[in-house]
Design a protein around this ligand. Structure first.
Ligand SMILES: Cc1cc2nc3c(=O)[nH]c(=O)nc-3n(C[C@H](O)[C@H](O)[C@H](O)COP(=O)(O)OP(=O)(O)OC[C@H]3O[C@@H](n4cnc5c(N)ncnc54)[C@H](O)[C@@H]3O)c2cc1C
Length: 398
């Protein structure tokens, strides 16, 4: 679709490149906090009808609080499965029995430590809320931008352009805007893919999540509404890419080996995709009139299900800073806003990057002394309630 001709002269306060989870959530947050702020979202893929994203996300209490404050949660809640129990095991694929090494039970106040929500539900609700709030959604690809002292000019691939005080890059892990800004990244490839799919099963999961740490990668069984679970299965890159191409019978056979029999018979309930896994942190989260948010700024291993939660915390901090400047009549793309954003986000992102990378390194190692050390560590944690609740609160994004 060609963008409207009015785009040639259009001016906004904030333009967000990328209408994924983070870009749309930011647009909704800005309009929620300052109704008359002019916000546009430019997305290359357009309306997320029938999205191909088969994943579901474990949303932490902080993410749920943010979505509740934006009146988004009430439309998502019906699809959200509270996670009230979690067990971790550490064994080899062929071990006949997988002993539980760590068990996070429901917190004393009975509140779940996360909610599993299908990504398709999140994106649909955010898209509808953004339109309802008056966000201008433009189907197009940002190709280039130029910042001057007072504004940023954004050029789309169809030749149209618009202007804003601030441009936010929420255009995902391969962010073209981050590259255009000359912002490099640090990190590494895990040489793994995360296979994501959904299964149906016979017995109730009772809101329990199970994470099997297997030598080739973690295998997570995450409860969804009904007798269904979302699978996040990290494995060697070549094997994962081959497995998703296998026929259903062969794929299910391999999946069943890792899933076990505790929920009875299982069957596939949707397509499967393999996502390459890597750690990637931008060296700066801001440039001249540019802020990076979500995967454009940071990508972490999904072993703890925290990527989107980090992105939603970017949304919280950035929307507070932008609307505060806007309501005081100040420049919302100024260095003061951008420096405060960088300052408030970098430390949490680096901690999460370090934590997920360490868990991955520790558990993808099957050398006997390392296994012994980590199993002793896990059983130590499981015996000390204070340590348990510390890990639980970190897992919940606390
Ligand atoms: C297997 C797996 C499981 C995961 N599970 C969890 C979990 O349980 N919990 C959790 O918190 N996180 C999880 N994550 C991480 C989470 O999915 C990501 O952090 C999240 O999708 C990032 O959202 P985003 O909006 O930043 O980027 P994206 O979802 O990638 O969106 C980017 C958007 O930008 C658009 N775009 C790209 N280029 C341009 C351009 N030039 N111009 C305009 N638009 C453009 C694209 O069309 C897209 O809509 C998981 C990740 C994986 C791989």
């Amino acid at each position: 679709m060609k963008s409207d001709t009015f785009m040639t002269e259009a001016r906004f306060d904030v333009v967000i490149a990328g209408g994924g989870y983070v870009g749309l959530a930011l647009a909704v947050a800005l309009k929620h906090m300052a109704q008359d702020i002019r916000v546009a979202v430019i997305d290359a893929a357009g309306k997320p009808e029938g999205t191909q994203d088969v994943r579901a996300s474990a949303l932490s209490p902080s993410s749920r609080d943010l979505l509740s404050s934006l009146d988004v949660w009430r439309d998502i809640e019906n699809d959200a499965q509270p996670m009230i129990d979690m067990v971790l095991t550490d064994s080899r694929l062929d071990d006949p029995y997988r002993p539980v090494f760590l068990h996070f039970d429901k917190p004393a106040d009975g509140s779940p430590f996360a909610w599993m929500v299908p990504n398709a539900s999140i994106i649909k609700v955010l898209w509808d809320k953004a339109l309802e709030a008056g966000v201008k959604i433009i189907h197009g690809r940002v190709e280039i931008y130029h910042s001057t002292s007072g504004q940023v000019a954004i050029h789309l691939s169809d030749g149209t352009q618009c202007r804003a005080a601030l441009l936010v890059a929420a255009d995902g892990a391969q962010s073209a805007l981050r590259k255009l800004a000359g912002i490099s990244t640090v990190g590494r490839s895990y040489s793994q893919c995360g296979i994501s799919t959904t299964v149906k099963h016979m017995r109730d999961h009772d809101g329990k999540a199970i994470q099997h740490f297997l030598p080739a990668g973690s295998f997570a069984i995450l409860p969804l509404r009904g007798k269904r679970c979302s699978i996040v299965w990290a494995d060697n890159k070549e094997r994962a890419e081959r497995l998703v191409r296998e026929d259903d019978f062969t794929f299910l056979l391999e999946l069943q080996k890792r899933f076990g029999r505790h929920l009875g018979e299982i069957e596939l309930d949707g397509p499967r995709y393999a996502f390459p896994l890597h750690l990637q942190i931008a060296r700066r989260f801001a440039g001249n009139r540019l802020a990076l948010a979500g995967d454009a700024a940071h990508v972490v291993h999904p072993i703890a299900g925290q990527g989107l939660n980090l992105g939603l915390q970017d949304v919280k901090v950035l929307s507070d800073l932008i609307t505060e400047a806007y309501m005081l009549g100040l420049d919302c793309g100024s260095d003061i806003v951008l420096e405060a954003y960088e300052r408030q986000r970098r430390s949490e992102v680096m901690q999460m990057a370090f934590a997920t990378d360490s868990i991955h390194t520790l558990f993808s190692n099957s050398v006997p002394p390392v296994r012994l050390l980590r199993d002793v560590g896990l059983s130590f944690v499981s015996r000390i309630p204070k340590l348990q609740s510390f890990f639980m609160s970190r897992a919940a994004g606390g």
